[in-house]
Design a binder for this molecule. Structure first.
Ligand code: C2O
Ligand code: CU
Length: 545
């Protein structure tokens, strides 16, 4: 039942939500796109055929792609886009992932409609570290825009400030019946009583961290980002764009209809939750309307960190962890939303924004960084990404709480030796109210050692870092005006993108690239490119500011 070769036709198809019909980019005409089922250790081949009118790349989010960045699918970082009428065969090597990851477009803002789940089961001879679930239920959170997403993207770039909010949030492509004109567009899930279901929750939203809850039920989290966690019993889940959470649901409540709901956590805002309905099968009269769960009330981001700080790696004999202890690369990355360049003191009056890491706002190159690196083409990037804000400009010009300086623009990469042991302290800053940043790294998962509010203070915070069973993730949240510490071992040679998974922050420049050099032995080197790599000789397509 697990096809190892898939055909993804990227084309426009028509879909109607909120009584608005639109033509949008999809894979195989499906929205959300097809779920890929595989097992740990599988080599999955996907043929991407671009039958649309625009350029596209597809990224396997959370798949580490050992030694093979050629199939990572990041526009202008690991490849040039697949142009209309062309195709590209991508190979997805599932090495140690087990659980849920996902795929999405990784060019302009196409991922708004081009995404789907990847469910990675244990190898055929192995079992789950929990009782075998009755069924797997992928749940993808997304956003619906009545407007064409390319138009939203172009307007965003022209205006340079926060985009309008999407018209609805989606659960498996459906807004749910709390939105106007959406009763027929509600995800309904029939469940049998007395069973255990494995939910595979994916956040493919563009710009929002969400709370997810099922009315009347507690759930048990067992995994995140394709890696098992210790069981965590909880009544709500916080999930950022780019994260996945696997949880078990026991259908142990009185047979009825229950809402499953997800809402933006921002306090005080009146976002409408997206809902689905959990329907117990059996003989009973369903209530006129299902019970809506009550969401956490205290300030959203605190509740969100509280949830993620409770995640722990399973760290069992069968699923051991390997947290780097002797660190060779101590990096300190400051994440800022910056003001648009201006030369008066009245910059705050301009609401045009940029974003940066260590005050570098990344400019996308005109061609693939991976290809330039592999072929030794000069002038595409510089290997001088700053590892510490202090080296860029005087700390006294800026306080960590409020970074109003103007970033500089560069395509700078940070070079890592093979097997370097890396620690990154991420420090969020405040412009206006400040905001969280879900940071995602390609080619790796990392251990999340800890996270807190305010400025990171080594003397105070280091003793509390978790070196025993930190969660192993590919996307973690640096809280608003807070910090997060991660570690990983640079054992995967290649060119790997790291960025905020809020689409608007990424577009504003909160992104950078690590190049991990080859090791000495043959099996420590990047594999050669496939023969059908999309050519880089057509002009660039990514819009520039
Ligand atoms: Cu989910 Cu760079 O991507
Ligand atoms: Cu961000």
């Amino acid at each position: 039942i697990h096809a190892l070769v898939h055909r993804f036709e990227v084309r426009r198809s028509s879909h109607t939500r909120l009584c608005t019909k639109k033509s949008m980019l999809t894979v195989n005409g499906q929205f959300p796109g097809p779920t890929i089922y595989a097992r740990r250790g599988d080599l999955v081949t996907v043929d991407i055929i671009n039958l649309s009118d625009q350029n596209i790349t597809i990224h396997w989010h959370g798949v580490k792609m050992p030694r093979y960045p050629w199939s990572d699918g990041t526009n202008l970082v690991t490849m040039c886009p697949i142009t209309p009428g062309n195709r590209f065969r991508q190979r997805m090597i599932l090495s140690d992932e087990e659980g849920t990851v996902f795929w999405h477009a990784h060019s302009d803002w196409s991922r708004a409609t081009v995404y789907g789940a990847i469910v990675v089961l244990p190898p055929a001879t192995e079992s789950y570290p929990f009782p075998k679930p009755h069924a797997h239920i992928p749940i993808l959170l997304g956003e619906w825009w009545n407007a064409d997403i390319q138009e939203v993207y172009r307007n965003f770039i022209a205006e340079g400030r926060d985009p309008a909010i999407c018209d609805a949030f989606l659960m498996n492509g459906q807004p749910g019946d709390l939105y106007l004109c959406s009763t027929q567009d509600t995800f309904r899930l029939k469940v049998e009583p007395g069973k255990t279901y494995l939910f595979r929750l994916v956040s493919a939203t563009m710009n929002y961290i969400m709370f997810f809850k099922i009315a009347g039920h507690n759930v048990t989290v067992v995994g995140t980002d394709g890696s098992y966690t210790k069981p965590l019993n909880t009544h709500y889940i916080a999930i950022a764009p780019g994260q996945t959470i696997d949880f078990l649901l026991e259908t142990n409540q009185p047979p009825s209809h229950y809402y499953m709901a997800a809402t933006v956590y921002a306090s005080g805002a009146d976002y409408v939750p997206t809902t689905g309905i959990l329907e117990y099968v059996g003989n009973y009269t369903p209530p006129p309307s299902p019970l809506l769960p009550s969401f956490p009330e205290i300030e959203g981001y605190v509740t969100s960190i509280y949830f993620s700080n409770k995640l722990r790696s399973l760290a069992s004999d069968k699923h051991p962890i390997d947290v780097p202890i002797n660190i060779t690369e101590n990096l300190f990355f400051v994440l800022s939303i910056n003001l648009w360049p201006c030369n008066t003191n009245s910059c705050l009056e301009s609401d045009r924004l940029q974003a940066s890491i260590n005050n570098v706002s990344m400019i996308m190159p005109q061609t693939s960084i991976l290809e330039a690196y592999y072929k030794g083409i000069r002038g595409v990037f510089t290997p001088d990404f700053p590892d510490h804000l202090k080296r860029v400009f005087n700390y006294t010009q800026v306080s960590l709480e409020r970074n109003e300086s103007h970033p500089h623009y560069a395509t700078a990469v940070y070079m890592l030796d093979y097997n370097a042991t890396v620690e990154i302290v991420f420090q969020g800053t405040i412009l206006g109210e400040g905001i969280d940043h879900p940071i995602h790294l390609h080619g790796y998962s990392f251990y999340v050692l800890g996270s807190g509010l305010g400025n990171f203070d080594g003397a105070r915070d280091r003793p509390n870092l978790n070196l025993v069973d930190p969660p192993f993730m590919d996307t973690m949240v640096v809280p608003k005006n807070g910090w997060t510490v991660i570690r990983f071992k640079a054992s995967n040679p290649g060119v790997w993108y790291m960025h905020c998974h809020f689409e608007r922050h990424q577009t504003w420049g909160m992104k950078m690239v690590f190049i991990v050099k080859d090791g000495d032995r043959p099996n420590e080197k990047m594999l050669p490119p496939p023969p059908d790599m999309p050519r880089c000789d057509t002009p660039p397509q990514e819009l520039l500011f």
